[in-house]
Write a protein that binds this ligand. Structure first.
Ligand SMILES: Cc1cc2nc3c(=O)[nH]c(=O)nc-3n(C[C@H](O)[C@H](O)[C@H](O)COP(=O)(O)OP(=O)(O)OC[C@H]3O[C@@H](n4cnc5c(N)ncnc54)[C@H](O)[C@@H]3O)c2cc1C
Length: 227
C-alpha cells in the first residue's frame, strides 16, 4: 500500500467553518466517503483556519487521507451537541425562544441560543442554514427551530486535503504484512531483511498503539536478526 500520513489534521474549503477558527469543543466527527458513513468518533474538535483537527479528527483521518488520495469525495459532518437528540434541542430552543421574556426583550437569534455552544460556533451554525445571528427571534416558527436543531447536530462540509507527513503522527501503508514472517519480522521475499514499526503496513488510532507496535516489532526483529 502506498505510504500516506495518518493521525493528521484535515482541510476543508468551508469559509463559514473557518469563521469559528480557534474554537475547541466536544462533538462527534462523522466521516462520509462517497456518501457512505465510514466512521464516527467523539472527542474534542479543534476548528482551525485550514479545517479541523484534534483527537477525533486524527482518529478518522486514515480513511479520509486514503480516500482523498484516490480522488474520492469525502465529507465530514460535525455534531456540536452530542449529548442531546434533535428533539431535546428543539424542546430547549422552544423554551429559550418562546418562554419567559425572550420575545418582549427582542432578543437576537445569537442571544437566544447563547450558552448552548461557543458564540462563534452558534453564529456559524445559524448562517449555515440561512439566518443572520443579529436577526430578531420574532419571526421564528417551530419549523425554523426544527431546522436549527438539525443544524446543531449536522454541520457538514467537503474535505479537500490533509496535513502532510511533516505533521501526521503516523504512517499508513508500507510493507504488506503478508510478506513478513510475524514471528521473526523477516521478509518472506528477501532473506536477512527485517522490518519493524512504521515501515510495515500497520497503524493504530491514538492511545499508544503505534509506539507499542514499534517496540514489540522492533524487539522481535532485533532478537531474530542476531540469532
Ligand atoms: C508528534 C507525534 C506524536 C506521537 N504520539 C504518539 C502517541 O502518543 N502514541 C503512540 O503510540 N504513537 C505516537 N506517535 C507515533 C510513534 O511515535 C511512531 O509510530 C513510532 O515512533 C514509530 O517508530 P519507528 O521505529 O517505526 O519509526 P521512528 O520512531 O520514526 O524511528 C525511525 C528512526 O530512523 C532514523 N532514520 C531515518 N532514516 C535513517 C537513515 N537513513 N539512517 C539511519 N537512521 C535513519 C530516524 O532518525 C529515526 O530515529 C507519535 C508521532 C508523532 C510524530
Amino acid at each position: 500500500m502506498e505510504p500516506l500520513p495518518a493521525l493528521t489534521s484535515l482541510h476543508c474549503n468551508s469559509k463559514l467553518l473557518k469563521q469559528a477558527s480557534g474554537v475547541r469543543c466536544d462533538g462527534i466527527v462523522r466521516l462520509f466517503i462517497e456518501k457512505e458513513e465510514k466512521e464516527a468518533v467523539r472527542g474534542e474538535i479543534q476548528i482551525t483556519d485550514y479545517g479541523i483537527s484534534g483527537i477525533p479528527v486524527f482518529q478518522v483521518s486514515r480513511h479520509a487521507v486514503r480516500a482523498l488520495s484516490q480522488n474520492q469525495k469525502v465529507f465530514c459532518s460535525l455534531d456540536f451537541l452530542p449529548d442531546y437528540t434533535e428533539k431535546d434541542i428543539f424542546v430547549l430552543l422552544r423554551k429559550k425562544f418562546f418562554e419567559g421574556n425572550a420575545l418582549e426583550d427582542k432578543l437576537s437569534l445569537e442571544d437566544a441560543v447563547s450558552g448552548m455552544v461557543h458564540k462563534k460556533l452558534s453564529g456559524v451554525v445559524l448562517k449555515d442554514i440561512g439566518y443572520s445571528p443579529a436577526d430578531g427571534i420574532s419571526s421564528m416558527k417551530d419549523k425554523d427551530l426544527q431546522k436549527l436543531s438539525r443544524a446543531f447536530k449536522n454541520f457538514s462540509f467537503e474535505l479537500t486535503g490533509y496535513h502532510s507527513f511533516d505533521y501526521g503522527q503516523v504512517c499508513q501503508g508500507g510493507v504488506d504484512v503478508r510478506e513478513i514472517n510475524a514471528e521473526t519480522m523477516e521478509s518472506k521475499l528477501v532473506k536477512g531483511l527485517y522490518f519493524a514499526g512504521e515501515l510495515v503496513d500497520v497503524d493504530g488510532i491514538c492511545g499508544g498503539y503505534n509506539l507499542q507496535w514499534a517496540w514489540s516489532s522492533g524487539y522481535k526483529a532485533g532478537k531474530a536478526a542476531i540469532q
